[in-house]
Design a protein. Structure first.
Lengths: 448, 522
């Protein structure tokens, strides 16, 4: 086996040093009846690189990669161009094969990029502090709700109907254990009345902007309504590139921002691994979940970084920890940091403008097709169309032609009859004029 | 000196910098590197994109009013910055990384290559399912490997890390108890458990009752049986346990737990010691998460991302979270909502937005196909052999609290061999850094004073193990002989000396801030 350096002779000498006659003796604490022969496992034996690569490449070839043709899929995961330098850098052994930086003297590389990441996230979101990332945007949202329940000591979370339904289900799964979760009714393309749902038991209101249909929400108005009743406002962003063009939630009154960071540095990966951004106000710092890097100095007076405020975390506080989380999304967080460093202020602004311009042009093209109307009057790089027939069938028809036409809203909200004809469409900097034209032509044909 | 609640010092003394200072501040290949925010210049970017100006926008009046505040750098500057940072890190590719409980084994590069195939890496999670059949087949294959190796009937794939898997398992247990119409609030957790176990139990709404250990490093069966009762939902046990020992009474524990109407959760962090040899399903376990980043070698990446699928017994399988993967005449299908659930399925909810850590699934399956069942078994045996070799080679100069019998995949030492030497556990660890090694896991498990937990893994050659043993023996002998030179102020040869954790926590500086420009004189 190419990954195992010990030879039979090594093993014999090691057993002799140990004073054991065989490896079996080392397993003597295991009940003998629980030891099974290899034949008990209905699995193949080991293979060389050539065979493994062949087997997995065959499976990969059965999937329609987003880059293989025109793709307009979004709804929480977006195809952006990731500069080649990003993937090269994150594959450096020193990043890829290191552990959590528990020995800071020999982990300054990891600790410093985490500090840079925390700063970038705080700047993007307009918040005072950010952690070193959570698993993804949906789990970050769930953690935000739990944190709001701790901070306010109130049980109820109100979720906007525009919150991605999978996010809402993720929140409900954990936040309903000790509290109450209320999902506001959804009207695609409209803002619902959240203010009337807020009462003195409300811990937080969760608003996604742009929402799952792409509509840009007035976070400031909801924040004011929440604050008037002593509740926190949690802003959710599933497309982080939008923050290059849209006002930062922190400047609109958000108390916690939970964001999916996949769009920067990270591929689609069929849903994971992604990187959850989590930022809040300094006064809530001690209630924040997740890993944090802080600046300090070493014994010689040089600036350096360490994991800090771990008295919030499970390995110190055990059952009194703010969360059970034990990792961050390390390498995905590094990819995010490098991509954003490459973009810089100017690159991010250009990228965001380009996304908005491409989506605007596409929305105009598609909504001119007879029977098709634009549901979302405002949007960033994703919008919702109303079709004259069920969207799922149209998506399947276009997929057969090699066009990934978007996400039918019915896939995310199968119980909602108003979602049946809605198609959520995203465009990014990777969308070409030819892609848009092919989409328009195929859609027209499918609807005729 | 400030200590944390594990008795670990958190602030260094000050030291004299007596090395020759260079003009640049750099030292040969060791470069100092400022924060990215202290580099660059306005207007520069490392990505060429068209400069589209928007004559009108549809942003609902929410356009950003000011700049974000990011620095501008060209591509070569960004690459140099992060390459320099990388060189300040220790890594498994660079040396033995004996962190007990963490399993720092080799990360094959084939696995990285496979995860980047466009059919996996560039695949959208909400693509029409007809366009993702290969990805779903891959998940299905991985599920078969996991259920076969563990001897369990079902597996939930969506948890994103070990702790997330623990949560998934406990939520399934909670749902199963509710389905029985019962209320059970207490979870028994051994004192040697990973911190995530009690944290997860509390997170899932349970109260925690700690079970003491025996003098030989196992769970006290008598105390466990005494604590079992009608309000106990589950026990959470790590096996092999965090002392690196197999729980001999595990079947007895499972029987007693089931008899009391409770479920048996196993923390599978140490599955790498027994994979291919012992099936947890044969031991009476109801749920166990599998850290793909440990046993199946997906890279740790400086702390993530991981993946924590949970295998489930027949009793818990119906409560597995959405989405569910099914296979029928039309191929593979993901069930993402409560409509059209397979017969008997009662999912407790959803762990995250999509279907799990696909990138990690590809890597883990590549590992499994490469190893095969024979290679998986060989890996476990070599890991156990190497840990026992370390134990046998060091126990005469270091102190091994449970060193009379064999260990599993990790060898536990305590700091009693340092008593009276003036060398602390931390000094000993930091001296290892100067010798070119990452220290072992320190101060964990908590049941042993000054714990030092060494997990060599199956990835080290005998020569590498011998060299490591030689260094540790010499360090132990010097400490005992009162030779302090290698310990005082260690490490001296690393990119940083000991860092002041107390100061970092007392006045947290968690981000860079733009320096205020001094006011111009009037």
């Amino acid at each position: 086996m190419r990954y195992h350096p010990l030879t039979p002779a090594d093993r014999a000498r090691m057993l002799a040093k140990i004073g054991a006659g065989s490896v079996d003796e080392l397993f003597r604490d295991v009940p003998q009846s629980a030891v099974v022969p290899l034949s008990a496992f209905d699995l193949p034996d080991g293979q060389g690189e050539i065979e493994v690569e062949r087997a997995l490449s065959r499976l990969a070839a059965k999937n329609a990669a987003a880059g293989a043709g025109p793709s307009f899929l979004g709804a929480g995961a977006y195809r952006h161009h990731v500069p080649a330098a990003v993937d090269h850098l994150i594959q450096r052994s020193e990043f890829l094969t290191s552990y959590t930086p528990y020995q800071p003297e020999i982990a300054q590389g990891t600790l410093q990029y985490m500090f840079e990441f925390q700063t970038q996230v705080a700047l993007l979101t307009g918040m005072e502090v950010a952690n070193a990332s959570l698993y993804d945007g949906s789990t970050a949202t769930a953690e935000a709700v739990l944190m709001a329940q701790r901070v306010t000591r109130r049980p109820k979370a109100i979720l906007s109907g525009g919150l991605h339904p999978h996010y809402a289900e993720t929140v409900e799964t954990v936040a309903a254990l000790s509290g109450e979760v209320v999902r506001a009714p959804v009207t695609p393309g409209r803002s619902e009345d959240l203010a009337s749902l807020i009462d003195d038991k409300t811990a937080c209101v969760v608003v996604q902007s742009p929402d799952v249909f792409g509509l840009i929400r007035d976070i400031g108005a909801v924040a004011a309504a929440a604050h008037a009743k002593g509740a926190l406002l949690i802003a959710v962003v599933t497309e982080v590139v939008s923050l290059g063009l849209l006002e930062a939630p922190g400047f609109l009154g958000a108390d916690i921002v939970a964001c999916e960071g996949q769009s920067l540095g990270n591929g689609l990966n069929f849903g994971g691994p992604y990187v959850g951004l989590f930022a809040t106000r300094e006064k809530f710092l001690r209630q924040m979940p997740g890993r944090l890097t802080g600046e300090t100095a070493d014994a010689a007076g040089k600036r350096g970084y360490v994991l800090t405020l771990s008295t919030r975390e499970q390995h110190i506080r055990r059952e009194k920890a703010t969360s059970n989380i034990c990792t961050n999304s390390g390498l995905c967080c590094l990819a995010f940091t490098i991509h954003l460093s490459l973009l810089g202020e100017e690159g991010l602004a250009r990228l965001a403008r380009l996304n908005h311009a491409r989506a605007s042009a596409l929305a105009d093209t598609l909504s001119r097709i007879p029977g098709v109307s634009l549901v979302t009057a405002s949007f960033f790089n994703e919008f919702t169309l109303k079709l004259p027939k069920p969207a799922a069938g149209v998506v399947d028809a276009l997929a057969a032609k090699g066009i990934l036409a978007g996400v039918p809203a019915s896939r995310l909200m199968p119980h909602d009859p108003t979602a049946r004809d809605l198609l959520i469409v995203a465009a990014t900097e990777t969308t070409t004029d030819e892609d848009a034209a092919a989409f328009a032509a195929a859609l027209k044909e499918a609807l005729s | 000196m400030t200590m944390n609640n594990q008795g670990r010092p958190t602030a260094p003394g000050t030291i004299e910098a007596n090395e020759l200072a260079t003009i640049s501040g750099d030292r040969g290949l060791d470069h100092e590197e400022p924060l990215i925010f202290d580099l660059g210049r306005d207007g520069m970017t490392g990505v060429d994109l068209p400069d589209v100006q928007l004559s009108e926008t549809r942003l609902g009046g929410q356009r950003r009013k000011g700049p974000v505040g990011l620095p501008g750098l060209s591509e070569p500057e960004v690459i140099r910055h992060y390459v320099r940072l990388s060189r300040m890190n220790y890594a498994i590719d660079a040396g033995l990384y004996p962190l007990g409980s963490c399993t720092m084994k080799h990360n094959p590069r084939l696995n990285e290559k496979m995860a980047r195939l466009p059919g996996f890496g560039d695949l959208h999670p909400l693509s029409p399912q007809s366009a993702t059949q290969g990805a779903l087949a891959l998940i299905s294959q991985l599920m078969k490997w996991l259920t076969t190796l563990t001897g369990m009937p079902a597996v939930a794939m969506s948890p994103k890390a070990g702790a997330h898997g623990e949560l998934c398992g406990l939520l399934a247990i909670r749902a199963a108890i509710e389905a029985r119409g019962e209320t059970r609030k207490r979870i028994l957790v051994p004192e040697s458990a990973h911190g995530t176990n009690p944290a997860t139990a509390a997170f899932a709404g349970f109260t925690i009752d700690e079970v003491k250990g025996t003098a030989d490093g196992r769970v006290d069966m008598i105390e466990l049986e005494g604590k079992l009762g009608p309000d106990v939902a589950a026990i959470m046990l790590t096996n092999p346990n965090t002392c690196g020992l197999f729980e001999r009474d595990i079947r007895h524990m499972a029987d007693a737990t089931h008899k009391a109407g409770a479920y048996f959760y196993c923390d599978g962090a140490n599955f790498n010691a027994i994979a291919g040899r012992v099936r947890p399903g044969d031991l009476g376990i109801d749920a166990m998460h599998i850290n793909l980043h440990k046993t199946f070698s997906t890279p740790h990446g400086g702390g993530g991302p991981g993946a924590g699928p949970v295998v489930l017994s027949a009793a818990l399988a119906p409560f597995a979270p959405l989405p569910l993967l099914v296979h029928d005449a039309n191929g593979f299908r993901l069930i993402e909502d409560r409509d059209a659930l397979p017969k008997g399925a009662r999912p407790f909810g959803r762990m995250s937005a999509f279907h799990g850590q696909m990138g990690m699934f590809v890597r883990a399956l590549a590992y499994m196909l490469s190893h095969g069942r024979d290679g998986v078994r060989q890996a476990s045996e070599d890991a156990v052999l190497s840990a026992n070799y370390i134990l046998a080679s060091l126990k005469d100069v270091m102190s091994a609290p449970f060193g009379d019998g064999p260990c599993m995949h990790e060898a536990l030492f305590d700091d009693s061999f340092l008593a009276g030497t003036g060398v602390t556990t931390l000094d000993f660890a930091k001296a290892m850094i100067d010798e070119g090694y990452h220290p072992m896991t320190m101060y964990f498990p908590l049941v042993v004073h000054g714990a030092m937990l060494i997990e060599p893994t199956e990835s080290e050659s005998k020569e590498s193990l011998d060299r490591f043993v030689h260094v540790l023996r010499e360090l132990a002998l010097e400490a005992k002989a009162g030779k302090m030179a290698r310990f005082e102020g260690a490490p001296r040869l690393s990119p940083r000396r000991r860092l002041d954790e107390t100061a970092a926590a007392r006045k947290p500086v968690l981000r860079w801030r733009k320096k205020e420009l001094p006011q111009a004189a009037e």
